[in-house]
Design a protein around this ligand. Structure first.
Ligand code: GTP
Ligand code: SPV
Ligand code: MN
Length: 586
């Protein structure tokens, strides 16, 4: 039992409701890890992988109907619907607690309840916040051990304070009818039931570090964003930091760990974070970003030695794999791993799979959970208490058409507009149809814990407080040709775009004014060594082309999205008007 009576009283309340057989107070020790791992192996919650080839690695399979975040079952519970805004599912808190209380009642009978104290950001950092998650899943405990700094370190930070996020999770019956992920921003609380999957149950991640944190951030004057953070080192050894928001499964982990191609000798990318950034105004008046997490919960399919060498090197040990395929020698495999598929293996459903099978062996949203400290290019600043200074914000999405490879917003206000109106094709990271273009402002559509019009307002206000705000850019690695193939080689080659971005931040290169923003002069994108990939100056011209007619349709759609809001900041309306004028639409 812990000393903090706010935790112990809450645990008592929860156990009175959920009726677990046992309560385990997590301390984060190595002995505890061995004990829990052994227990999970006994109950088949984990399978042991080949310990010679993948030391310390384990495998978990979720229920077949429980493989991704469920946005339609995710709720923001605020006293009024207006506080949640038109893009969130809303429930009135009392009604929500009533429903949840029924679902949670007796839900841990015959099971063990684990109490996990954890930190977001490192202890003592001005960014640091404490959470406690109660769960009946060992898988959650073992994942939280990788994703956060957990155990005694968090209790020490908390002391006898009541200032912590209360996250309550129970697996329940894992049916969709009984699944709900509810957020109570005013109570610092999250209740999640009916799932055993990643973002629904690792409550530190999307639930706390984005939904609740975005709400706190607005009140406290900072930002909580769905962003990677990277340091780009130039041949002189100078490092500039970039934070980039792409929707789920749209390339954050890959960009954060980018390996520059041989032709880019002297450039190096250092990983600070791959999914979430907490951003504050520093004493020097610049924006400083910190990665609140301690691990990566990354998409497996498409990760190969060629596409993401550093991720592949990171996951060789102490990693939990979820819903990938398992080979007969108890190693892992997934589509796009860059090695021949095994003759036969066990697929993510647990069924036999052969090369002739039509189904995918790994689920498209299968993932690895791995310690950030194992990443070969982890930045030496990644745990720095004040974070890293941000030179550029980048917004990006998956757009087969329309969005150019890169462009720069004219101003902070224009940049906020670009972020607010961005769109992307949906991916397997959330349940529902894949490949449908939808508006996903700042990649935060599923993660903003309050009314997005106020979120835009908050961004605009923050920009006014900074003397030299970061420059804002838009990127798109996913434009396709007539055959549906990606035109831009992406991955390591994205360094060429990052270089232009930093050159713009340093006023080292001019740009071309277009209707949508500053475009690079095609010859300013360094193409050295790219001819082998079939990329020429002509390709770049195509990737930077702005199809006015298509953009006129685009702004209609942007406009109808913005119509959802009843009190948009005037700056956004004015930016839309300016864009219309530049496109020749009146
Ligand atoms: P979440 O963890 O869901 O927030 O996703 P993420 O943004 O970190 O996405 P991630 O980097 O894991 O990439 C998802 C998929 O996009 C993987 O299958 C990648 O192989 C693919 N991908 C990443 N970068 C590129 C790129 O530059 N070009 C192309 N064509 N695909 C990419
Ligand atoms: C995402 O979907 O954006 C993720 C994975 O990073 S999850 O933790 O499931 O949200
Ligand atoms: Mn994410």
């Amino acid at each position: 039992m812990y000393k903090n009576s706010y935790i112990t009283n809450w645990v008592k309340d929860v156990s009175d409701l959920t009726k677990p057989d046992n309560i385990v107070w997590i301390d984060g020790s190595a002995a505890e890890k061995s004990r829990l791992t052994a227990e999970a192996l006994r109950t088949n919650e984990l399978l042991e992988l080949n310990q010679e080839k993948l030391p310390g690695c384990y495998y978990h399979r979720t229920a077949i109907n429980d493989v991704a975040r469920v946005e339609h079952l995710t709720f923001i519970c605020t006293p009024t619907k207006a506080e949640a805004g038109p893009t969130n599912n809303w429930l009135e808190p009392k009604a929500a607690y009533q429903k949840l209380t029924k679902l949670f009642a007796g839900s841990m009978r015959g099971r063990t309840m684990y109490v996990i104290p954890y930190l977001m950001c490192s202890a003592g950092s001005p960014f640091c916040k404490v959470g406690v998650e109660i769960t009946d899943s060992i898988y959650v405990v073992l994942n939280m051990r990788i994703m956060t700094r957990m155990g005694q370190v968090a209790l020490d930070q908390l002391g006898d304070s009541n200032d912590f996020v209360r996250g309550l999770h129970a697996k329940g019956d894992l049916s969709e009818e009984h699944r709900m992920i509810c957020h109570f921003p005013q109570d610092n609380a999250i209740w999640s039931i009916g799932s055993g999957y990643g973002g629904n149950v690792l409550l530190s991640k999307k639930c706390f570090a984005l939904r609740l944190a975005s709400y706190m951030a607005r009140n406290e004057g900072w930002l909580a964003e769905h962003m990677l953070i990277l340091g780009l080192e130039n041949p002189k050894g100078e490092v500039s930091y970039i934070a980039a928001a792409f929707p789920s499964a749209c390339g954050k982990t890959n960009l954060a760990m980018l390996v520059p191609p041989l032709s880019q000798a002297g450039y190096k990318v250092w990983t600070v974070g791959d999914d979430i950034a907490w951003v504050r105004i520093g004493e020097d008046g610049r924006l400083w970003a910190s990665n609140p997490e301690a691990g990566f919960f990354g998409v497996a399919p498409g990760t190969s030695m060629k596409s993401n060498l550093n991720a592949m090197l990171t996951i060789q040990k102490n990693t939990i794999f979820t819903n990938v395929a398992v080979t007969p020698e108890k190693t892992v495999w997934w589509e796009g791993m860059g090695v021949e598929p095994p003759q036969n293996c066990t697929d993510w459903r647990g069924n036999p799979w052969t090369q002739a099978s039509k189904e995918k062996a790994a689920h498209p949203n299968s993932r690895f959970t791995t310690p950030a400290s194992q990443c070969p290019v982890i930045s030496k600043e990644w745990e720095s208490p004040h974070g890293v200074p941000i030179s550029a914000f980048v917004f990006g999405g998956r757009r087969a058409k329309l969005a150019p490879l890169v462009y720069q917003a004219y101003s902070w206000e224009h940049g906020v507009f670009v972020g607010a109106t961005m769109a992307s094709e949906t991916t397997a990271a959330a349940s529902g149809k894949v490949g449908v273009v939808r508006r996903d402002p700042m990649a935060m559509l599923p993660f903003c814990g309050y009314n997005m019009q106020d979120y835009f307002r908050h961004w605009l206000a923050l920009g006014k407080k900074i003397k030299n705000p970061p420059k804002i850019f838009s990127v798109n690695w996913f434009r396709t040709n007539a055959e549906g193939k990606f035109i831009w080689p992406g991955y390591g080659e994205n360094i060429r775009v990052l270089k232009w971005i930093i050159a713009r931040c340093n006023n080292e290169v001019s740009a071309v004014e277009s209707a949508i923003g500053y475009l690079p002069k095609p010859e300013d994108i360094d193409l050295t060594g790219l001819a082998a990939e079939g990329v020429t100056l002509e390709t770049i011209k195509e990737l930077l082309s702005v199809d006015t007619k298509a953009w006129v349709d685009e702004i209609k759609d942007q406009n109808s999205f913005l119509q959802k809001f009843d009190n948009l900041p005037a700056e956004l309306i004015s930016e839309l008007d300016k864009l219309k004028k530049r496109l020749g639409v009146f």
